[in-house]
Design a protein around this ligand. Structure first.
Ligand code: BGC
Length: 727
């Protein structure tokens, strides 16, 4: 029997599965808006204010003792109305459980998944993670991570699924949100906004103009909002707004009325709630657009809000709106309609990894592995060969990055075990960890093939020291565990020596973002799996031996040289200013990543361009057409090789010069699976947004009319078809 609330307004409904006491909010056929509004109407002011913060006293996070602090973030349950607790947990690539390590799955990282360019794969990833959060009693997943890879050395690029393109991120985030939320877990889009570096992350002022904000840094959050994301996390940094009346001294992201209250909640139409990053609240910022302080209650506590209500600086409708947003998200994804036991903190003890998740990790990681080079069809490897596995192929296998996004999985499939299992009965697989370069080269010389595993790590709280493989293997960055151990400061020399000793050298780079490959001309084949999750070894073996034909593409540029986009210290990591500790000036504007490479005509020698990725088969492009109504572009893609494969066909637009856009911008992509010899038509929808720019004087999108060029191809630098088109 359900309890009834003792107020006249409450109805008793006969049919409900909700954890809540019964009332006008109980009808599952009503909209989340109507249900949330009814519940807000029932709540007392005290009850409302209790929802806007974490625990006011005592430990905040991942305590082992009671419900109020059991998860990474906690909003207390309302016992009168039986509103469930809000149980929030890291992170973007699986459930981080410091108290019960080894009980959840380490999924591939966000950046890895971006490399799949595959909407279905992203949906599967979100659904798979959401299932484990639910099974652990969490109803908010603190992910996905969405920031754009503006700075190649940003220590958190691996967590973010945008790579360096807003269209890619805005497209891929949608199935992730839907997947997570299909499991009755509210997703959290983070870190809003302009949290594009870890150096000085708690002080830096991102100094940026309005057009760049809207065209580069908001679209992925808009994508999340369009997919119905229930919550957004505002970031640690400050933001200075140039040119639209904001503060040039910068305001904290979590109390910024322009970026939060206006740009996110009004302009973007975000209907969920905003929580602060952990410790990123600096004031009682309800009126600026912050709804929930995490992880505690220093500023958004009842006393402070009551004082604001009393002096008129906070309004009651604003309080109601914050509570409404939280409740609406909970109704929308189904949190409210689960029995209360679903959100019992003791469920955290459970081991929630399943054979199905582990199998999914293997599939998703293989689908996200990018084949950068494959001279003389070195890959796939034949069965029964003599293979020298070198480098991080065993102890030290790199699976994920450090910080709040780390997950400790129960086991890791190493490359050595994966390759040994896949190499065939008569194969001879040897191993050398590569720390003794001469010995590794000798092992390579004695084998038919050398497969060198190289890699770097990075972590929250710091940017990488450089893009060199020799500089990044530092397992000290928290929660990184046993990865990347030992002395691996000479990985470039290792690859060079091995490639000299064996012409059939394959390099596999497990990396948290872009790296330099000065030896790329010497290696016969190169793959990157970014941070592939716990099935690293089995997934890479699937690709190496051809059980999976690679179909992934780089979501960001692999430069030829350090700082090739010529970021000055004023751009990154920022310079002090009389008014503030550090300003990072976004003066590159729209010229991030490949846009900069195009604008400066930089060609690729040792690096690889955005969108690049090979297959074991080949593809021909033909018949580029723009529909007469201007609503789509089509092109035929043919598999011209001997095996089945999938191609990510990419559609870029070149705007009329006067629009002030970079030379070309991604506006469509489709992953087309093709049997040998098969042809299919790829369709890239166009809408008003495809041809728009942000007009900072009108503070709105403006559609551009005039002479465009449509470019379709296999990467940003392998354009196969172009066509003039007047929009
Ligand atoms: C990170 C967030 C994370 C939170 C809780 C912060 O330091 O920036 O991404 O969700 O901690 O662990």
């Amino acid at each position: 029997m359900k309890m009834k609330v003792s107020t006249a307004a409450v109805l008793v409904l006969s049919q409900t599965s909700s954890a809540l006491v019964e009332g006008p909010w109980s009808n599952v056929n009503d909209t989340p808006d109507a249900r949330a509004k009814a519940l807000v109407d029932e709540m007392s002011l005290d009850e409302k204010l209790a929802m806007l913060h974490g625990p006011p006293t005592g430990p905040c996070c991942q305590c082992k003792t009671n419900a109020s602090c059991a998860y990474v973030g906690n909003i207390a349950a309302n016992t009168r109305l039986q509103i469930p607790p809000v149980n929030m947990n890291d992170g973007p690539q699986g459930f981080r459980d410091n108290n019960h390590p080894d009980t959840s799955t380490a999924w591939p990282s966000g950046l890895t998944m971006a490399a799949s360019w595959d909407r279905d794969a992203l949906g599967e990833w979100g659904t798979g993670m959401g299932k484990e959060f639910y099974a652990k009693g969490a109803n908010v997943q603190l992910g996905p991570g969405l920031c754009l890879a503006r700075v190649p050395r940003n220590g958190r690029n691996f967590e973010y699924l945008s790579g360096e393109d807003p269209f890619l991120g805005a497209t891929l985030v949608q199935p992730v949100i839907k997947g997570i939320q299909s499991q009755k877990v509210v997703a959290n889009a983070k870190h809003y906004v302009l949290n594009n570096q870890e150096t000085h992350r708690n002080a830096v002022i991102a100094d940026i103009d309005e057009r760049t904000r809207f065209e580069m840094y908001y679209p992925v959050f808009k994508g999340a909002s369009d997919a119905g994301v229930g919550s957004v996390m505002c970031s640690y940094n400050k933001i200075a707004d140039h040119g639209s009346g904001g503060s040039s001294e910068g305001q904290w992201s979590c109390e910024n009325p322009i970026t939060l209250a206006h740009d996110l909640k009004v302009k973007t139409g975000f209907k969920g709630y905003v929580m602060s990053d952990w410790g990123a609240t600096h004031s009682t910022s309800l009126m600026a657009g912050l709804d929930v302080e995490m992880p505690s209650a220093k500023y958004m506590n009842p006393d402070a809000i009551n004082a604001g209500l009393a002096d008129g600086s906070i309004t009651k409708p604003a309080v109601d709106d914050s509570v409404f947003r939280i409740l609406r998200a909970m109704f929308d994804v189904g949190v409210m309609d689960e029995p209360l036991e679903a959100w019992d903190w003791k469920k955290q003890e459970k081991n929630v990894t399943t054979a199905a998740s582990v199998a999914a990790v293997r599939r998703l990681s293989a689908a996200s592995t990018v084949l950068l080079k494959n001279d003389q069809q070195t890959l796939p490897l034949p069965q029964g060969a003599k293979i020298a596995v070198l480098g991080f192929g065993d102890v030290g296998t790199i699976t994920h990055g450090g910080g709040s996004g780390a997950v400790t999985s129960s086991y890791i499939a190493t490359p050595l075990s994966g390759i040994t299992a896949a190499a065939g009965a008569h194969a001879k697989v040897t191993f050398n960890d590569g720390t003794d370069i001469a010995a590794a080269a000798a092992a390579a010389a004695a084998a038919d093939y050398a497969v060198v595993f190289v890699g770097t790590l990075s972590h929250e709280g710091g940017d990488r020291a450089s893009l060199s493989l020799d500089d990044g293997c530092d397992p000290s960055g928290g929660n990184i565990g046993k990865q990347c151990q030992g002395n691996h400061a000479n990985q470039n020399a290792l690859v060079e020596a091995v490639a000299k000793a064996n012409k059939k050298t394959v390099v596999v780079a497990s990396v948290p973002g872009a790296v330099l490959m000065p030896w790329s001309g010497d290696a016969a084949a190169i793959l990157t799996n970014f941070l592939p999750g716990q099935q690293a070894g089995n997934a890479i073996a699937d690709v190496l031996f051809g059980a999976v034909n690679p179909s992934a593409k780089l979501p960001l540029t692999f430069p030829n040289a350090e700082n090739e986009t010529a970021l000055t210290p004023a751009q990154w990591p920022g310079l002090p200013d009389p008014k503030s500790p550090v300003y990072a000036n976004y003066t590159e504007g729209l010229l991030v990543g490949y846009r900069y490479y195009d604008a400066h005509n930089i060609s690729f020698s040792t690096g690889f361009p955005f969108g690049h990725g090979l297959s074991y088969t080949s593809f021909a492009y033909s018949n580029l057409a723009v529909a007469a109504d201007g609503k789509s572009v089509t092109a035929d893609i043919k598999n011209t090789g001997a095996v089945a494969g999938a191609e990510v066909a990419q559609m870029y637009l070149k705007y009329p010069h006067s629009a002030g856009e970079p030379p070309k911008v991604l506006r469509g992509f489709e992953k087309v699976a093709l049997a040998a010899g098969e042809t299919k038509t790829a369709t890239f929808p166009l809408d008003a947004q495809s041809t728009s720019i942000w007009d900072a004087s009108a503070h709105d999108w403006a559609q551009v009319h005039g002479d465009f060029t449509v470019l379709v191809g296999s990467s940003s630098r392998d354009i196969r078809l172009t066509k003039a088109w007047t929009a």
